[in-house]
Design a protein around this ligand. Structure first.
Ligand SMILES: NC(=O)c1ccc[n+]([C@@H]2O[C@H](COP(=O)([O-])OP(=O)(O)OC[C@H]3O[C@@H](n4cnc5c(N)ncnc54)[C@H](OP(=O)(O)O)[C@@H]3O)[C@@H](O)[C@H]2O)c1
Length: 292
């Protein structure tokens, strides 16, 4: 398939490479051109503008930081919306708000284009290894049309429903739960440390008994070692997802007290200069409040 790919950050670079490996023809765009040049060596053409990446595509994929970035490349006279051919699909794979996802579906429909939301679970290592879990929603026929792309980037695609924004809700619910895992592990390890128990031993025991779960192992190891750089998922993006969770919850009147608590820990971490550390660095705030 002819694929336009916009957003070659920690996640997008690996995803785009896997599409090339699977035999798709890629035209890539990234705001910082160096990252696009790296893909050129792997066989992609490099577009000068987002519109150029969209203009010849059967399918355009965006893997951008946040709502603002997606709006910047989609809207405007030079934007993707104007350039994408009729009948082509935009797959939005970034973690964005439920409201923007809805707006995108409407805007593409007006242009006789299709929109799928397909946010992902999995960190950059999973993106590079084509092991992402993809949560897809939108018109069923278009999901089927794009299945070979999903298969090239992920290990499993879950189909949620026919409205794109439903996939964004699932993604946000998942990320919310991850923040509670980070918070919970940090509190448990603070308790252990102040009681002269080695957090590494706590982690070893709990992940071999009650919680033999990948996320406990991954985040537990980072928090026990207090190693938050280089970031797999930047704290400022985690804070962004927490904002999106709270906005989605407010819209449907769901109190989410744990999300509110975690919000303040994110803000404290940002205030202390941790925006570019991994989002698990939020644990430092928990440690500090325990006097560690
Ligand atoms: N990392 C993870 O573990 C993970 C896991 C699942 C989902 N996600 C989601 O995946 C998305 C990408 O995450 P990432 O970790 O790849 O982030 P990243 O490394 O920070 O990359 C962000 C990408 O967005 C581009 N960008 C940012 N602002 C822009 C703007 N105003 N206009 C145009 N381009 C802009 C960046 O371009 P430049 O290169 O020019 O900065 C870069 O290509 C996010 O929505 C994130 O929440 C991340």
């Amino acid at each position: 398939m002819k694929v336009g790919f916009i957003g070659l950050g920690n996640m997008g670079s690996g995803m785009a490479r896997n599409l090339i490996k699977a035999g798709h023809t890629l035209m890539v765009y990234n705001r910082t051109r160096d990252r696009a040049e790296a893909l050129h060596a792997a066989g992609a053409k490099v577009a000068e503008t987002p519109a150029e990446a969209a203009s010849h595509a059967d399918v355009l994929i965006t893997m951008l930081a946040d709502d603002r970035a997606v709006e910047a490349v989609i809207a405007g006279a030079e934007g993707v919306l104007q350039a994408l051919p009729q009948g082509a699909v935009h797959i939005g794979m970034s973690t964005i708000s439920v409201t923007l996802s809805r707006r995108l579906a409407g805007a593409h429909q007006e242009k006789k284009q299709y929109y799928l939301a397909a946010p992902v679970f999995g960190r950059p290592d999973a993106a590079a290894a084509a092991k992402l879990f993809i949560i897809a929603a939108g018109p069923r026929q278009q999901i089927e049309r794009c299945q070979s792309l999903f298969d090239a980037m992920g290990q499993k695609t879950f189909i949620v429903g026919d409205e794109g924004s439903m996939a964004n809700v699932v993604k946000l619910a998942g990320n919310f739960l991850l923040t509670t895992v980070i918070e919970g592990l940090a509190e448990a390890f603070a308790l252990a440390r102040k009681s002269k128990v080695d957090p590494n031993q706590v982690l070893e025991i709990l992940t071999a008994s009650l919680f033999p779960v990948p996320v406990y192992k991954t985040y537990g190891a980072m928090i026990a070692a207090e190693k938050f750089e280089p970031a797999g998922f930047k704290l400022r993006l985690g804070a962004k997802d927490n904002r999106l969770v709270l906005a989605a919850a407010e819209e449907v009147a769901v109190p989410m007290q744990m999300a509110s608590l975690v919000r303040d820990h994110f803000l404290a971490a940002i205030a202390q200069g941790m925006s570019d550390a991994d989002w698990a660095a939020m644990a430092r705030i928990v440690y500090q409040s325990a006097g560690l």
